[in-house]
Structure formats: structure tokens, C-alpha cells
Write a protein that binds this ligand. Structure first.
Ligand code: IPD
Ligand code: CA
Ligand code: CA
Length: 270
């Protein structure tokens, strides 16, 4: 199976749930919670993941699927990372910033990914060959420094506050003072797609799962931006448009170090 076949599979699966998500959006669906009351889930998360799993299962039966709602099933060199709704809190409330995120990795290397925004109809796609939005090539370019840049940051989350306390609030304060604007839009995958498109300049998040960031990481990298962190392992990530000066940025203090040899200093232990 080549990257194009894998991308076609991912886009078919993402499109298959578009009608359901659009119909349910702003219907105020019932919300249950998972880890705690900050972690909502709806019947549509589970149903959408089931649909995505059947499309993938029909087109690529000998593969593993790692889904947020259904866990890991199957096995093989080919692994799919599926977030049926990234930004469930937004979806459930009626705020139009959520997406479907699906990525394929072969023997640990990302080869295809889609981030699909069913409200705007934006389909962000990437393979090892490039990145596109609705078929148009993406170029991750924009601000070169903090003062002109728009930062999309989920930090600090309630878990960050639990762990980092005042350190988190002071760090967030430095973000607010240093950047032209800081936003907390609430979907890691769609944030990364927007950085890939150059619609925002940087994105930062903590404790992200592969289903949150795998497709977005491939988008950013193939669009010419920078993604730091390992998207296939749960952890923190930092992404920015190509040409952004990370070393002079306040974000240098949180930059994941392992993928930036010789780059900015390691973040303080968390
Ligand atoms: C969440 C969103 C959010 C990020 C969280 C994720 P979900 O995913 O991506 O922006 O800060 O870490 O869990 O629960 O809406 O799929
Ligand atoms: Ca998610
Ligand atoms: Ca989700």
C-alpha cells in the first residue's frame, strides 16, 4: 500500500463522518465525562470512531488501529491513529473549532494524515510528498518573532496547574506578554493544521496523545514548518511556521529537546 492509497483511505474515513458531525453540531448533544469533568465525550465520538474503523478495516484489513475511544485493535507494520472528534468540548458546546484527525504510520514513520474540519469543509492532507488544504499546497510561513506572532496554546491545562502550580501561571503570563496574541482554541490537531497553513504562527501543548497530533505533525513538517516532540509517543509538542526564530522566543523554555539537537535549552523538569 503506497502513501496515496493510505491517504485516500484516511480521507474517505474522515469524510464518512462529516454528515453525522455537521448534523449533530449545535444540537447540544448529551455529554458524559471520562478522566474528569474537563474531559467530555458524546455518543458522536464513539459512533464516528466506529465508522472510521469500518472504512479503514475494509480498505486496510491487516493493520492496527489506535483510537481514542476504542483503544488499540489489530496488529501489523501499519498503524492508524484516530481521533474521531478532536475538540469535543467545542463540538458539544457549539463552538466551530473541532476536527477529525487520522494518521497512518508504517514501522513507526508517519506516511499519511488528514485533519478534516467538517464545519468549514477544510480538508488538510499530508503524505511524505507534501501537504495540502482542499488540494492546494500548504506553506507554513508567517511571523519570524514573538511580537508579530499568534500563539495557539492549550497550556496551562488544569493538569498543568496541578503539576506546575504558579510556575505554569507565570509561564503563561510570559506567553501573554511576549506574543502579539495568545489563543486557546481547544483542538490540538486543528491548531497544527492552522500552523501548517500559516494561519497561526506557533502551537504548544502538553500530554498530547498520538491521535491528537500525529496527522498535524506530518502536516506541519511537510508544509515547511517545524514540529518538535515525538508525535507517536504521548508527550508535549511545540510547532511553528518555517522561519520563526525559536531561539529568541519565550517558547524556547518549553521546547522539547530531543528533536532539536543544538537547539534551545531543555525545559525545566515537569
Ligand atoms: C483534546 C484537545 C485539546 C488538548 C487536549 C486533548 P479531545 O482532545 O486536543 O486541545 O488540549 O490535550 O485531549 O479530548 O477534544 O479529543
Ligand atoms: Ca483529542
Ligand atoms: Ca477526541
Amino acid at each position: 500500500m503506497d502513501a496515496t492509497y493510505l491517504l485516500d483511505t484516511a480521507t474517505e474515513a474522515a469524510r464518512a463522518v462529516g454528515p453525522r458531525l455537521r448534523a449533530a453540531f449545535r444540537s447540544r448533544p448529551g455529554v458524559a465525562t471520562k478522566r474528569d469533568f474537563h474531559d467530555p465525550v458524546t455518543e458522536h465520538d464513539r459512533a464516528a470512531e466506529d465508522t472510521i474503523r469500518s472504512v479503514i478495516g475494509a480498505r486496510a484489513p491487516h493493520s492496527a488501529i489506535v483510537g481514542e475511544e476504542g483503544g488499540t485493535t489489530g496488529s501489523g507494520d501499519l498503524v492508524w491513529y484516530v481521533d474521531p472528534i478532536d475538540g469535543t468540548a467545542n463540538f458539544a458546546a457549539g463552538l466551530p473549532f473541532f476536527c477529525v484527525s487520522i494518521a497512518a504510520a508504517v514501522r513507526g514513520e508517519l506516511v499519511a494524515g488528514v485533519v478534516y474540519d467538517p464545519v468549514r469543509g477544510d480538508e488538510f492532507t499530508a503524505t511524505t510528498e507534501g501537504a495540502w488544504c482542499n488540494g492546494e499546497p500548504l506553506r507554513s510561513a508567517g511571523a519570524t518573532g514573538d511580537r508579530e506572532a499568534m500563539l495557539l496554546s492549550s497550556y496551562p491545562t488544569p493538569l498543568d496547574l496541578d503539576e506546575d502550580g504558579d510556575v505554569a501561571l507565570r509561564r503563561y503570563g510570559r506567553f501573554l506578554e511576549s506574543f502579539s496574541a495568545v489563543r486557546k482554541p481547544g483542538s490540538a490537531a486543528l491548531k497544527l493544521a492552522h500552523v501548517a497553513a500559516g494561519w497561526s504562527d506557533a502551537a504548544y501543548g502538553t500530554r498530547s496523545h498520538p491521535w491528537d497530533v500525529a496527522a498535524g505533525a506530518l502536516l506541519v513538517r511537510r508544509a515547511g514548518g517545524v514540529y518538535l516532540g515525538d508525535p507517536l509517543v504521548k508527550g508535549d509538542y511545540l510547532a511553528h511556521v518555517g522561519g520563526f526564530d525559536l531561539e529568541r522566543s519565550v517558547l524556547a523554555e518549553v521546547a522539547p529537546r530531543e528533536l532539536s539537537p543544538g537547539g534551545p535549552p531543555a525545559p525545566p523538569a515537569r
